[in-house]
Design a binder for this molecule. Structure first.
Ligand SMILES: Cc1cc2nc3c(=O)[nH]c(=O)nc-3n(C[C@H](O)[C@H](O)[C@H](O)COP(=O)(O)OP(=O)(O)OC[C@H]3O[C@@H](n4cnc5c(N)ncnc54)[C@H](O)[C@@H]3O)c2cc1C
Length: 395
């Protein structure tokens, strides 16, 4: 029987462990560097209605040797072993790197005065400082920065979001949908300023390049993440904005796989790509587990993500490309769907925004249409009277 070792007890690592157990493997070791039992990251920026941001990952890990607070310091590929910070050494036949990503830091904040939001410890620090009437400055108007802005605003804080680029949510969210989210934040009283240059973050607030000082009780840098490739790189594995893996999620060492936010995947639809979303981490983790156990396959799952702001829910499937032809469909309750067609009239991506989960079913149907490579007439896509289910039946 082979021994499977997984480094990283996040979504990808846990799904891989489960998939290996389901494939009949009974020597599976899961090494999690954080001290807590595995938890979901999405609620860290958007707590449940009762304010809870700590939600354990509900996956059956029976039969898995789970070790927490187990930080892997180095890989010894020649010997097939991992070295842990506590001095212990574990041998492997197959290894999965599911090391996730780390928050980027601000160049203007070399001492790390601004908090970041990736871990439970980060969330505990941030939410612990939320006070009605307190002033929060969030640097970065991406999904996590704006989700956190909504949460802090709902907690009664005065919130300013500073964005270096010309618009909010520039990565992966169509401008039209980003505008809806930004308008909602402004209606709630959040200030969002674009094209901002930060000169320094101090204990008292943020100083901008134009000399303006924004006093703050809480400063959070939400300026993206970098894939955690440290172990892979030190072990000589190919890395390029992530650990490079083939369509089976194997690295250039056939005994070592990578999955989730740390992996740059060779995707049949998109070429080399790295996703940073919950479902991709789950899909890749489960796939990697099966592939490590020998299932011949090709990772081709479509990327999908969601994001919540107040009562507005965004979902998107496929990779957004502003250059594609777009079709808009307006639904009841102010919800909107936006479809992107490629040059052949095939559905390539879709996104929707609306109250709660109003657009969830349609985005799911759009995903099936993308999967089918369906050619769809723009006027039918725009017409809310024509159910997407009917288009799917005819596709
Ligand atoms: C605040 C927040 C909100 C989010 N909201 C959404 C959302 O609404 N929708 C969405 O689609 N996605 C969302 N995401 C993204 C999603 O959570 C991530 O894409 C997903 O968690 C990635 O899973 P992963 O397993 O690849 O990595 P991670 O969850 O980062 O897990 C990697 C684990 O590996 C451990 N590790 C790293 N190095 C070592 C080592 N050397 N030894 C041992 N352990 C190690 C780390 O400590 C970490 O626990 C959010 C992310 C954050 C941070």
């Amino acid at each position: 029987m082979s021994r499977y070792v997984i480094v990283g007890a996040g979504e990808a690592g846990l799904r891989a462990a489960r998939a290996l157990r389901e494939a009949g493997q009974d020597d599976v070791v899961l090494l999690g560097g954080e001290p807590h039992p595995p938890y979901e990251r999405p609620p860290l920026s958007k707590p449940d209605a009762d304010g809870a941001f700590h939600r354990p990952i509900a996956i059956d890990l029976s039969g898995v040797d789970v070790r927490l607070g187990a930080v892997v310091e180095a890989l010894d590929r020649a010997a097939g072993r991992v070295h842990l910070a506590d001095g212990s050494v574990i041998g492997y036949d197959r290894l999965l790197l599911a090391t996730g990503a780390r928050p980027r830091r601000l160049a203007a904040d070399p001492d790390g005065v601004a908090l970041t939001l990736r871990t439970l410890a980060d969330a505990t620090a941030i939410h612990g400082r939320a006070r009605p009437g307190g002033r929060a400055v969030i640097v970065g108007a991406g999904l996590i920065g704006l989700e956190l802005a909504a949460t802090l605003r709902l907690a009664g804080m005065d919130v300013t979001v500073l964005e270096a680029g010309p618009r909010a949510l520039a990565r992966g969210v169509p401008a039209e949908i980003a505008d809806t989210i930004v308008a909602r934040h402004r209606a709630e009283g959040v200030r969002i300023a674009v094209d901002q240059r930060i000169e320094a973050v101090t204990a008292d607030g943020v100083r901008l390049a134009d000399g303006l000082v924004l006093p703050a009780d809480l400063v959070v840098a939400a300026v993206g993440v970098v894939p955690d490739v440290r172990l892979a790189e030190a072990a000589g594995l190919a890395c390029d904005n992530g650990i490079r893996v083939d369509a089976r999620l194997a690295t250039d060492d056939p005994a070592i796989f990578a999955a989730g936010d740390c992996a740059a995947v060779d995707h049949p639809r998109y070429g080399r790509v790295r996703f940073e979303s919950w479902r991709s981490a789950c899909d890749q983790g489960a796939f990697a587990g099966r592939a490590m156990a020998g299932a011949p396959d090709r990772f081709a799952a479509l990327p999908w993500f969601w994001s919540d702001h107040y009562d507005l829910g965004l979902q998107a499937v496929g990779l957004h490309d502003p250059a594609r032809a777009a079709v808009r469909r307006e639904l009841a309750d102010g919800a909107v769907l936006r479809f992107e067609l490629d040059g052949d009239g095939r559905l390539a991506a879709a996104a929707g925004i609306g109250p709660g989960t109003a657009i969830a079913r349609d985005v799911r149907l759009a995903e099936m249409l993308i999967d089918k490579a369906a050619r769809l007439p723009a006027d039918a896509l725009a017409d809310p009277g024509i159910a997407l289910k009917a288009l799917l039946r005819g596709a």
